[in-house]
Write a protein that binds this ligand. Structure first.
Ligand SMILES: [Zn+2]
Length: 219
């Protein structure tokens, strides 16, 4: 079951009928609009485990007969993000013992994975830069690398991320270039906090983005 720290005040507990206030825990039974408050949920007797240790999170979930994952709304990213989980205290202890037992082994494995990821990132950036330069031959020197690096960070960890230049489609390149121009070549970022809407600011900088893309693309 999932536990949502609410972003709206319109939810009610289906057991005690209490209104669930903003930021309070809503334990979703099926879909997000039906569920209970935390006091009426089975998790009142559970132990909270903070995120940050992937192995401990995974193992304690495996050993617990129930697991309530807590999600909080990230306003900037417009999505729910994990904030930890409620599991049986006994399950956490068991998971901790397992983690202590194979700590060294996991450290080596994690290190190897990090090295591999760094290598893949390097290839991704090099190939993506090449693809950007191909479609935007007049792009200022080394800008393609900055754009590719940013795209790499943005898509890091995404399953099936490709490192083959032929698989970067034109649309993906255009979007990355467009975002870069918006932030680096217009006053877009400085216009926030001046009372204007995001839509108005976007409309305002759009002509300059289009003309810059044409110039860089040579069309
Ligand atoms: Zn309740």
């Amino acid at each position: 079951m999932d536990i949502f720290l609410t972003k709206k005040e319109t939810l009610k507990c289906s057991a005690c009928n209490k209104r669930i206030g903003l930021g309070e825990a809503f334990v979703a039974e099926s879909e997000k609009h039906r569920g209970t408050c935390f006091s009426c949920s089975p998790y009142v007797k559970a132990t909270f485990l903070k995120p940050g240790n992937a192995a401990l999170t995974r193992r304690s979930k495996k050993h617990s007969s129930y697991c309530g994952v807590v999600f909080a709304w990230n306003r900037r990213r417009k999505r729910f993000e994990r904030r930890g989980q409620y599991v049986e205290a006994e399950a956490i202890l068991k998971a901790q013992r397992e983690c202590e037992a194979d700590q060294a082994e996991r450290a080596i494995k994690n290190e190897k994975a990090a090295v591999k990821r760094a290598e893949q990132d390097k290839i991704y950036i090099a190939e993506f830069s090449k693809a950007i330069r191909k479609f935007y031959p007049n792009c200022p020197k080394n800008r393609e690398i900055a754009i590719a690096k940013h795209a790499c960070e943005k898509h890091s960890g995404r399953v099936g991320r490709t490192a083959k230049a032929k698989e970067f489609d034109k649309k993906m390149i255009d979007l990355a270039v467009e975002a870069h121009i918006r932030h680096a070549e217009t006053n877009y970022d400085n216009q926030f906090g001046t009372g204007r809407t995001k839509r108005a600011i976007r409309t305002d900088v759009k002509p300059h983005i289009i003309s810059t893309m044409r110039k860089w693309g040579g069309y």
